[in-house]
Design a protein around this ligand. Structure first.
Ligand code: FMN
Length: 436
């Protein structure tokens, strides 16, 4: 039988393994675009928009998300045909949501609304092209970097809403093709596919596809995604490693008396990430093995039950600190830092690169018959680790604040904790905020 002290790590490893595989860890496809992505004109957006049909074609192992917004343009200062402004895709909530979705693939299909005279004609599309490229770059600059696939803008069967086939087919699509081949970026020829099926694929306005037309778009993108599936899954596993080995920890060199003199709570942080070396040093000081041959640690625990697990929350996910392996074992791809500290926009836990979460494994503690003692010892054991973190931060020039405020239930769920493990404290760590 497995010893109970190994259980959380096994659970985390299982979660890590699932992250690298299918279908527990789907490839995320973000469909970025205008009303043709949104699904205007479909008999039922939920099942007949192109992203919905794409999801059905691809099935399990993929998560297709619709970030389409009606009337949106690549042009930042894009307008509606009647001159109404604020139509730039960058200004839509979908832009932020698409980036936050951490997509593996972005299917980028904008440009139709840019063909309107109010957007195109002043400089013959120069502004559209500039902002189109900048938007594509925004997605390419995400961490980890997604594949951005240029969807050549769909054929316009009949000019409507001042959208013009002469511009889409005559100028925009040839330029998109040039951009894709020179960058180089992958592209899918939605223009050709929709033109070939035009007879049966449009609603009356001649701009928006009908259900069959959305199926044509979905099929064209599905082919590219299927062809690339293997590479996408390899990149996915690389971008989200199940575990990260840390370099051997180095000890802070400041004399203890000086560190004690400097120890203090600070609540202002620079967002700059900590290096793997800095993290290794910090975690070892916090609760690493200082006497590995005896499996004993830098922080004491009542009856040596070692019931405190440290989780590390960063922008790129949540990890369990495996002190024996000196590694971070991934338990989530999500940024959970906002579940520590006081919820709200001024939460400093979102500024700092690291939030530590103190999780007590009451199973491993084996004091269920003495609940008052169990809590008392658990809390004091967390306190020792917290003070180690404070002293190490003082010595390493880092800022930190120990936190009783956290959202334990949400954290327990997001970290995949068993019933018997509870998040009890948190601690924010980062470099001091730059002087203003
Ligand atoms: C158990 C405990 C819980 C704490 N919770 C919070 C908290 O939720 N938010 C916060 O800003 N500071 C929190 N602190 C930090 C204290 O406010 C801080 O330690 C105290 O003001 C003394 O400041 P010093 O650490 O600089 O000596 C907590 C400290 C402890 C020991």
């Amino acid at each position: 039988m497995k010893s109970s002290r190994l259980l959380p790590l096994c659970a985390a490893l299982a979660a890590g393994a699932a992250l690298a595989g299918e279908p527990a860890d789907p490839l995320v496809v973000a469909c970025v675009g205008d009303s043709i992505t949104y699904g205007h004109g479909a008999s039922d957006r939920g099942t007949k928009s192109y992203p919905a049909q794409l999801q059905a074609l691809l099935g399990d192992g993929w998560k297709v998300l619709n970030f389409g917004h009606n009337a949106r343009t690549a042009l930042d200062e894009g307008k509606e045909w009647n001159g109404q402004g604020g139509m730039g895709y960058r200004k839509s909530p979908e832009f932020e949501k698409a980036k936050a979705a951490k997509p593996d693939v972005v299917l980028f299909m904008l440009g139709t609304n840019d063909s309107k005279p109010v957007n195109w004609d002043a400089d013959d599309g120069a502004g559209v092209k500039r902002d189109y490229e900048a938007l594509v770059s925004d997605f390419l600059n995400l961490e980890p970097m997604p594949r951005v696939v240029i969807g050549l803008s769909p054929f316009v069967k009949k000019d409507s809403f001042s959208i013009r086939e002469s511009v889409v087919g005559g100028k925009l699509v040839p330029w998109q093709l040039e951009l894709a081949t020179s960058a180089p970026l992958p592209y899918v020829d939605i223009y050709a596919a929709t033109k070939a099926a035009a007879e049966t694929s449009y609603i009356g306005d001649g701009v928006h596809p009908n259900d069959a037309g959305y199926g044509v778009i979905a099929a064209a993108f599905a082919k590219w995604l299927r062809d690339m599936e293997r590479t996408l899954r390899e990149n996915h596993a690389e971008a989200w490693p199940a575990s990260i080995s840390l370099p051997a920890p180095k000890r802070a060199e400041m004399p203890l008396g000086e560190a004690l003199a400097k120890r203090a709570t600070h609540r202002e942080f620079s967002p700059e990430p900590l290096s793997d070396q800095e993290l290794s040093d910090l975690l070892w000081a916090a609760n690493g093995y200082n006497r590995p041959e005896e499996r004993k640690r830098t922080a004491p625990t009542a009856i040596n039950r070692q019931e405190v697990d440290l989780y590390v929350l960063r922008a790129d996910g949540a990890f369990l600190y495996d002190a024996a392996e000196n590694a971070l074992v991934r338990v989530s791809k999500d940024d959970l830092r906002g579940l520590t500290g006081r919820p709200g926009p001024n939460n400093f836990a979102l500024e700092a690169p690291i939030a530590l979460v103190y999780v007590v494994d009451f199973e491993r503690q084996r004091m269920k018959d003495r609940p008052a003692d169990a809590l008392k010892y658990a809390h004091v054991d967390c306190g020792f680790v917290g003070q180690n973190v404070y002293l190490h931060c003082a010595a390493a020039g880092l800022n930190t604040v120990f936190l009783g405020s956290l959202q334990p239930d949400k954290l327990a769920e997001a970290l995949g904790l068993p019933e018997t493990s509870k998040p009890v404290f948190a601690q924010t760590v980062g470099r001091p905020a730059p002087e203003r």
